[in-house]
Design a protein around this ligand. Structure first.
Ligand SMILES: *Cc1c(COP(=O)(O)O)cnc(C)c1O
Length: 349
């Protein structure tokens, strides 16, 4: 730590990403919610056809190629879309654009652990309102005078889903901007996109990292009414998405049939794994994401995590109050899920 850093940076606890082993050969990697299936063949073809010549010039500043195609797929206007270097970049862009330092950012907890880090970076206040046992929207959240609300929906690490009608009622009660982080929505039964057209304070965030199997590409997008998008376009870096990511994200979103096919497989495996974990004595919350939250007090979740790791199976364990009784397990391919269940059966005797 240098003496030059701002005070809030000195105090900051950075976001802790899940482990990324250098070699994934023979590791069952169920810890960072990546898609076990490769991206669409349309993406592979687009990648092969890329010429290094597109790297010579600057990329499209507003990623219009992507916006035009995505607008057709999502049935919105192109001026209702902004793209980012992953939806993580859009989260910080939203804070920088709509929150004054000292104003409040509110969200239910437990949720995505990046939110408080981004708030601290910006010197915004944080108001965390705990979920109840049902993981529905906590009523007290609407009483918070926040400039910005984050709702991860489906939520992480719980995997639970708040009904769009509930979110719309909430958005109509509050004055602040409501950012619905739909990173996992491709695996869910419903979504909040249709709320954007009739609510001027809702912004929906999407990514190609999870459903489209492109976490390494770093490309996300947000959808809101055009005036909100105009503000964000003003704030963002001039060339925040590179030429390769724009081309490949465009190819990915074109192939909705492939998305539907791979998502169906993961949802089928989610149901299978949920049943097996319950038989092994875990309490599993109903998941609308590509992972499950499996709760167990004895033997401890931490102990199970470590013994799985010894066997080359990585799941996510959060060593902190409120989360240390659960394991967040990404849905893998059938054989990976079977290997996990066999290892658990062995560990739990
Ligand atoms: C994975 C994830 C993101 C980040 O997505 P990127 O597009 O990869 O930056 C955002 N929010 C939640 C809740 C996530 O789990």
């Amino acid at each position: 730590m240098s003496k030059f850093a701002r005070k809030n940076i000195r105090k900051l606890t950075p976001y802790q990403p899940g482990e990324q082993p250098v070699s994934t050969a023979d590791v069952v990697k169920l810890n960072t919610n990546e898609n076990p299936y490769p991206p669409s063949p349309v993406v592979t073809t687009a990648l092969r056809r890329l010429s290094t010549n597109i790297l010579r010039t600057y990329p499209e500043p507003f990623a219009d190629t992507f916006r035009n195609i995505a607008a057709r797929v999502l049935k919105v206007r192109p001026d209702m879309i902004v793209t980012g270097n992953g939806s993580d970049e859009l989260l910080s862009l939203i804070i920088r654009t709509f929150v004054q330092p000292g104003q409040t950012i509110a969200y239910p907890t437990p949720t995505y652990s990046l939110y408080p880090v981004l708030a601290d970076l910006h010197e915004a206040n944080v108001r965390e309102v705990p979920f109840g046992d049902d993981f529905d929207l906590p009523p007290r959240l609407a009483n918070t005078r926040a400039a910005l609300f984050f709702l991860a929906n489906p939520n992480a690490p719980s995997g639970t889903f708040i009904k769009p009608a509930t979110i719309e009622r909430f958005a109509r009660r509050v004055r602040g901007l409501v950012a619905v982080d739909e990173a996992y929505v491709d695996f869910a039964d419903d979504h909040c996109l249709r709320l954007v057209k009739r609510n001027g304070n809702i912004i929906v965030l999407r990514t190609v990292s999870k459903g489209y199997g492109l976490a390494g590409l770093r490309f996300g997008f947000a959808v809101a009414q055009a005036d909100i998008i105009t503000d964000l376009l003003k704030t963002k870096d001039s060339y925040n998405c590179d030429a390769v990511s724009i081309a490949l994200a465009t190819a990915a979103i074109k192939d909705q049939a492939y998305l539907t096919k791979t998502v169906a497989r993961i949802r089928q495996q989610r149901a299978w794994l949920t049943g097996r974990l319950e038989k092994l004595g875990f309490r599993v919350l109903p998941s609308q994401a590509n992972f499950v939250w499996a709760i167990r007090s004895a033997p401890s979740a931490g102990g199970i995590y470590r013994r799985l790791k010894q066997r080359g199976i990585l799941v996510r364990y959060f060593d902190q109050p409120g989360l240390n009784t659960g394991l967040r397990i990404t849905i893998g391919r059938p054989q990976e899920n079977r290997r996990l269940v066999a290892a658990l059966a062995d560990i739990l005797g």
